[in-house]
Design a protein around this ligand. Structure first.
Ligand code: ZN
Length: 398
């Protein structure tokens, strides 16, 4: 049986740009290695999963679907994946949320949603730690920058609650409201509001914030929380697919999704989810990991962020960097290498956008496609798959 490497390049594809003479960043990039893989393998497209109400595809549900998990059945909400990705252990029934340290004025009007992008939040987090309200424990952990993870642990909780984050500065923070008319949602909203109010008092008076104010910096005096989700059991990847699996990723969300699906996380120093990430280290680690695993998922993030910044030249350059560093995967024997994206991210819109994503599968019968791009993959022999079909397809290629 062959092994499988799945490389998901976040937001890789998009519509052509006049600034690139009618090409997309992927088409404009020089990618001899990817083109060789396309020539020797087969290409096609994948239709990303998304709910119409979401506007455009989101990275959490698109990834779940690519791994063969129907989000209609298995999606937990964003919170648990983000929180699992920063190594907070989650128990069944826990409600997890993403949190931001923010700055509010005395009327709870948001001045800065990121408290001036504060970095050193450890002391503030310590001051908020260890609280129990009506039998529910509140656990908080630092994530990168101004971000944190928040977990509510105890009986009678529900994730059917709103955010307190209006997603805009100069607006008043919101109260957490139950989204469902039941005791669990009402109780969770009530105690979370109490915790947030208490947290605001603690943060306001904290010496670190007093010092920040003295220095003319923004006080990290409020927690904005969003994306509540409740931990429930998800069948493991090995149980579902019969593949011993590992994940190599920099971003917390992707590590968290992999972790909740039971993949082992392989830490690569310098894998940070940014354009400066150690791509070479990631691909080399993947080759090594394959010695002991059947399936390795490699996630590459910066293509998405660069497109959200509208920076098409940097996106093109980063794609070239991926191509340069992917070389070790070309030498793998007895391995199916699949390369695709979770969704498109358009530089023009500076956001995720609709449309199928290109798919390349090595070690398949050639199909006359000689390059890896949005357009060339349309003509590929694999035709168009639904995201949820990809894993079964890859397993058949073994
Ligand atoms: Zn994405």
């Amino acid at each position: 049986m062959k092994k499988i490497v799945l490389v998901i390049i976040d937001g890789l594809c998009e519509v052509p740009l006049a600034e690139l003479q009618g090409k997309t960043p992927l088409e404009a990039a020089g990618t001899p290695n990817l083109d060789m893989l396309a020539k020797e393998g087969a290409c096609g497209e994948v239709e990303p999963f998304w709910w119409p109400k979401q506007g455009y595809p989101h990275s959490d549900t698109t990834h779940l679907a690519l791994f063969g998990y129907d989000p209609n059945k298995y999606y937990l909400g964003r919170g648990p994946y983000e929180v699992a990705g920063i190594n907070m252990p989650l128990k069944k029934g826990d409600v997890a949320l993403r949190a931001n340290f923010a700055t509010v004025d005395e009327n709870l009007i948001i001045q800065d949603r990121r408290a001036g992008r504060i970095e050193h939040t450890q002391k503030l987090i310590e001051a908020l730690q260890g609280q129990t309200i009506e039998g529910v424990e509140f656990l908080i952990k630092k994530s990168y920058g101004h971000r944190a993870g928040l977990v509510l642990r105890g009986p009678g909780l529900s994730s059917k609650i709103t955010d307190n984050d209006p997603h805009k500065a100069e607006e008043k923070t919101l109260d957490i409201e139950p989204k469902e008319n039941n005791l669990e949602a009402q109780f969770t909203a009530k105690i979370l509001n109490q915790f947030l109010k208490k947290a605001h008092q603690t943060l306001k008076q904290h010496p670190l914030n007093q010092e920040r104010i003295k220095q003319g910096q923004l006080s990290a005096n409020y927690l904005l929380v969003r994306g509540a989700g409740q931990m429930k059991e998800t069948p493991g990847f090995q149980e579902k697919h019969g593949l011993k699996s590992a994940c190599i990723a920099g971003g917390a969300l992707y590590k968290g999704i992999a972790k909740i699906l039971g993949m082992d996380l392989i830490e690569v120093k310098g894998a940070n989810g940014l354009p400066s990430t150690d791509l070479k280290g990631k691909f080399n680690a993947a080759c090594k990991t394959l010695e002991n695993y059947d399936f390795v998922f490699i996630h590459i993030k910066a293509t998405d962020n660069l497109a959200e910044d509208g920076n098409y030249l940097a996106k093109k350059d980063f794609i070239e960097k991926i191509d340069e560093n992917i070389a070790p995967l070309l030498k793998l024997k007895n391995t199916v290498v699949a390369i695709t994206a979770d969704h498109c991210t358009c530089c023009k819109l500076k956001s995720h956008c609709a449309g199928p994503v290109p798919l390349l599968i090595s070690d398949s019968q050639g199909d006359g496609v000689n390059s890896f791009s949005e357009k060339s993959c349309q003509k590929g022999g694999l035709a168009k798959l639904e995201a949820l079909e990809l894993m079964d397809f890859l397993k058949r290629e073994r």
